[in-house]
Ligand binder design. Structure first.
Ligand code: PGA
Length: 262
């Protein structure tokens, strides 16, 4: 059975390096206990300021096969004239393997367009990073409009990419209304999220020739609902925001992933 992937999107947290260390140590402790039996892998996506330190911690841990480093964003190109940005080669040199692109907080709060996300996605691929490509509708109004919104976003996000390149991406379905910091947020249900992922898969299959895209779900995942999502074969894993910095809860989510696989 393939490993379930738990992506920890720390966003702009934690506030101190000591807290960041505490989260990695808690995960190290979990995997020291479960050892080879675990079928779960973690991708830590700390803010840029903690990347180097988390890379060192992972190097000293027992997590070689179980935890990987991810970044939360990447510049659109390797051109140095981009104040405030961080490039693909800089990330790769730190040992980063995954990078989140197109997170809804960047799309909707910072105005990142589908074209910019597409450029970032291409840059990640050029630098041999695995893009975790976030897509998801903003609202779920009455009727089917959200499906068109989602399909259009997927088409524009991956525009012009080859089947080979699309096949190297992980797609994270994150409906904005389900993200814990959205006012009135509620998690999607596994069945409904699986149906949305089918909308995404249909576009990737029809327009890009990729029939078996790997998909994650993200949006208000907690230690209470993780098991039901991770037990559903539609999801290769989950993308966890708020709960990924609550270390005890995060370890319980890892436990849910292993329980789902057993
Ligand atoms: P959440 O965040 O788990 O706090 O809802 C998910 C995300 O925004 O990636």
């Amino acid at each position: 059975m393939p490993k379930k992937l738990i992506v920890a999107n720390w966003k702009m947290q934690p506030q101190s390096l000591a807290e960041a260390e505490g989260i990695v140590e808690a995960v190290d402790g979990y995997f020291s206990q479960t050892g080879e039996h675990s079928t779960t892998a973690v991708v830590f996506c700390p803010p840029f300021v903690f990347l180097e330190e988390v890379a060192k911690l992972l190097g000293q841990s027992h997590l070689e096969h179980q935890a990987f480093l991810g970044a939360q964003d990447i510049a659109v190109s390797d051109d140095v004239a981009q104040t405030g940005e961080v490039s693909g080669p800089q990330l790769a040199k730190l040992g980063v393997r995954y990078v989140i692109v197109g997170h809804s907080e960047r799309r909707w709060k910072l105005g990142e367009s589908d074209e910019v996300v597409n450029e970032k996605l291409r840059d990640a691929l050029r630098n041999e990073l695995v893009p975790i490509v976030c897509v998801g509708e903003r609202e779920r109004g009455a009727g089917d409009r959200w499906r068109d919104e989602l399909a259009t976003q997927v088409r524009a996000t991956f525009a012009g990419l080859s089947a080979d390149d699309v096949g190297r991406c992980l797609v994270a379905y994150e409906p904005v209304w389900a993200i814990s910091t959205t006012p009135g947020a509620r998690p999607d249900t596994p069945d409904a999220a699986a149906a949305s992922i089918q909308v995404i898969r249909d576009v990737l299959s029809r327009d890009f020739g990729v029939a078996d895209a790997q998909a994650l779900y993200g949006g208000s995942i907690t230690d209470v609902n993780a098991l039901e999502f991770l037990s559903n074969p539609a999801f290769a894993g989950v993308l966890v925001g708020g709960a990924s910095v609550r270390k005890d809860e995060f370890v319980r989510i890892l436990g849910a992933a292993d329980a789902a696989a057993s």
